[in-house]
Design a protein around this ligand. Structure first.
Ligand SMILES: CC(C)(COP(=O)(O)OP(=O)(O)OC[C@H]1O[C@@H](n2cnc3c(N)ncnc32)[C@H](O)[C@@H]1OP(=O)(O)O)[C@@H](O)C(=O)NCCC(=O)NCCS
Length: 341
């Protein structure tokens, strides 16, 4: 068995890596959105603009047996590395995961990183049973639990229309005339880029991180543009609704659902929802989410279900999601290890 870096031009190995992801999905997380071939392939040649991405693969008898996708931030959090790791279900318990992990650790050390995080799934409450393999594997290798997130799903029409209208009316009344709701699909309108950078730069300091040691990211217009270009190249379309504070002109609440540019793909992904701490208590979180959901239904009727994940301690967000009809499925356990510097 060899561990190599995946060459995006090697069709056999690219197809083999996708096959590992598909096989692992079918066994580990069958309820969740399956890997999307187009997005997977395009991501290999269009990495995120603020991360160096390394895709390691384990090759055994000419076939891909396991894969590890490592991301190294290049602007902020230079001490950090995040990774996913999967071994084909037919080839587990033969040391392949350990070999990939060992290479990942070497790579991270070589880049001067001192913290690596890897997530694995776990059963949540009375949801579908998940294997304990990931957890046991990571603990065996010295990782410790840093953050537990709950993965939830919601049908786009989970709310009864009357109930949805009533919730929207309550949220609109709580906001009064102080806020303007603005939505768009795709790129951020030019006149909102600076204020959206301000709000995006708050995210890491405002979301619960558990034991993860992360510093806030500084998002500027250039990075925002580069991310938008990358989304377009990969085939990811952000659907966004914000609340703008009329008096200051600042965006103070934001929610984004990501969809794939594929009329046959049925899943959307609820990414960030954030309300500026100075503007909480006006139901802006629920407000922007309900408006965004309506926009999604109108513009992307093929999307039937939305997925999201929230820290288990993020009770405000979980409450909003429950109100909207999200139901928990399983948990993502974020494990970390600290390396000597
Ligand atoms: C977790 C995963 C990557 C492990 O890959 P693997 O190639 O089977 O792992 P290894 O053979 O290197 O296992 C190393 C050690 O981890 C532990 N381990 C791995 N799988 C285990 C299981 N099912 N039950 C208990 N311990 C397990 C054992 O201590 C094992 O050593 P041993 O076989 O000598 O007892 C694989 O099960 C997988 O792809 N799971 C789904 C994806 C996932 O959860 N990824 C995130 C976690 S990295």
């Amino acid at each position: 068995m060899r561990i190599i870096e995946l060459d995006p031009a090697d069709e056999n190995l690219v197809a083999g890596t996708l096959e590992v992801e598909r096989a692992a999905h079918a066994v580990d997380h069958p309820e969740g959105p399956p890997p999307h071939e187009g997005v997977f392939r395009r991501s290999l040649v269009h990495p995120s603009p603020d991360e160096e991405t390394v895709r390691l693969i384990a090759v055994e008898d000419g076939r891909v047996a396991g894969t590890c996708n490592a991301e190294f931030p290049t602007r902020d959090n230079l001490h950090f590395a995040g990774a996913t790791l999967q071994v084909h279900p037919d080839r587990r318990r033969r040391g392949i995961g350990s070999a990939l992990l060992e290479r990942l650790v070497d790579l991270a050390r070589g880049k001067g990183r001192t913290e690596i995080t890897i997530a694995t799934l776990s059963t949540w409450q009375d949801g579908p049973a998940r294997s304990e393999a990931g957890r046991k594997f990571l603990e065996k290798h010295g990782f410790t639990l840093a953050l537990t997130s709950v993965n939830s799903r919601c049908a786009v029409d989970a709310l009864d229309p009357d109930r949805e209208r009533a919730l929207l009316a309550v949220a609109a009344e709580a906001a009064g005339d102080d806020y303007e709701i603005i939505s768009w699909i795709g790129r951020t309108p030019a006149e909102l880029v600076d204020t959206m950078c301000r709000l995006d730069s708050m995210i890491i300091s405002e979301v619960p991180l558990g034991e993860l040691d992360l510093e806030p990211e500084q998002i500027d217009a250039e990075l925002k543009e580069a991310k938008a270009v990358r989304n377009e190249a990969v085939g990811i379309v952000p659907v966004t609704t914000i609340a703008r504070h009329r008096a200051s002109g600042e965006a103070v609440a934001n929610t984004v659902i990501g969809v794939f540019d594929d009329p046959d793909h049925r899943h959307g992904f609820q990414w960030i929802t954030i309300v500026d701490p100075g503007h909480r208590g006006h139901r802006l979180g629920l407000h922007v989410k309900l408006v965004n959901l309506r926009l999604l239904r109108e513009q992307f009727p093929q999307i039937r279900r939305i997925w999201t994940d929230n820290a288990d301690i993020n009770s405000h967000m979980l409450d909003i999601n429950t109100t909207m009809g999200f139901e928990p499925v399983d948990a993502a356990l974020e494990y970390k290890i600290t390396l000597d510097s």
